[in-house]
Design a protein around this ligand. Structure first.
Ligand code: ATP
Length: 212
C-alpha cells in the first residue's frame, strides 16, 4: 500500500530545503507527503511568526504541485503539538495496514529521546531519517539501542509492514535552516533563492521577521 509520510516542523519560516527534502522523500518512498506545521512546539522557543502566517506561507509554497500537501491538524488542536498524538490520529484515519512514515531531519532524529512518549512512535509509524549537513554524528545510546533491530536500508521494505522501521533517506545536502533565514531577514537581507518566492511577496510576514 502506498505510504503516507509526514514532515512536521515549526516552518518559521518554510524554506527551500524543507520543500526539496520532502519532495525527495516523496519520490524515494513513492508516498504522499504532508507538511504538518506545529502549533505549540514542545521542544523549542515559540515561533516568531504566528501560526496563521506560517501556514499561509506553507500553503503558498506548495501551490502548483500535488505530491506535497499541507495538514493543519496540529493547528486545530488545543495544547502542545505532540507528534505521538498526530500519529495516533492518522493511524485511526488510514487504518491498521497503510504504512505511515514520520520524516525527520537527522538533527531532529538525534533529539528523539526528548520527545513526548518517544518510544511509542515506532508502534504507529516508520521513521525516515533525512540526511542534513552538519548533523551526521553519533546517536544517543538509548536511541541506538532502541533502533538496533529496526534499521532498514531499502525504501520498499517500508511497504511490508505498517510501522516500526527506521530508514535513512539520503537527500541532496542543503545547508539551509529557518534560523539562518530569520537572521538574514532581521539583518535586512533578502533570502531570495533560499525560500519560496511566495514568502518574499508577503509583506506582513517579512515584517514579523524584521521585528516590525
Ligand atoms: P530552525 O532553524 O528554526 O530550528 P529548521 O530549519 O530546522 O528550523 P524546522 O521547521 O524545525 O526547520 O524543520 C522541520 C523538519 O525539517 C525537521 O525534521 C528538520 O530536521 C527538517 N529539516 C529542516 N531543514 C532541513 C535541511 N536543510 N535538510 C534536511 N532536513 C531539514
Amino acid at each position: 500500500m502506498r505510504p503516507l509520510a509526514l514532515l512536521g516542523g515549526t516552518f518559521d519560516p518554510i524554506h527551500n530545503a524543507h520543500l526539496r527534502v520532502a519532495w525527495e522523500a516523496a519520490e524515494c518512498l513513492d508516498a504522499e507527503v504532508r507538511l504538518v506545521p506545529a502549533q505549540v512546539p514542545p521542544h523549542r522557543d515559540p515561533p516568531v511568526a504566528s501560526a496563521s502566517q506560517r501556514v499561509a506561507a506553507v500553503r503558498a509554497a506548495l501551490a502548483g504541485q500535488h505530491r506535497l500537501t499541507l495538514d493543519t491538524r496540529e493547528l486545530e488542536r488545543a495544547g502542545p503539538s505532540w507528534t505521538i498524538d498526530t500519529l495516533i490520529e492518522l493511524r485511526a484515519e488510514v487504518g491498521p495496514q497503510r504504512p505511515l512514515v514520520l520524516l525527520v531531519g537527522a538533527d531532529a532524529f538525534a533529539g528523539l529521546p526528548g520527545w513526548h512518549r518517544w518510544s511509542e512512535l515506532f508502534a504507529h509509524a516508520h521513521i525516515g531519517v533525512l540526511t542534513r549537513p552538519g548533523h551526521g554524528g553519533v546517536l544517543p545510546t538509548e536511541l541506538r539501542t532502541r533502533i538496533a533491530s529496526r534499521r532498514a536500508s531499502d525504501p520498499a521494505s517500508l511497504r511490508e509492514t505498517p510501522c516500526g522501521r527506521v530508514l535513512p533517506i539520503m537527500v541532496t545536502p542543503l545547508d539551509i535552516s529557518a534560523t539562518r533565514i530569520r537572521e538574514l531577514l532581521a539583518a535586512g537581507h533578502e533570502p531570495r533563492y533560499l525560500v519560496p518566492d511566495a514568502l518574499l511577496a508577503d509583506p506582513a510576514l517579512l515584517a514579523a521577521y524584521r521585528g516590525g
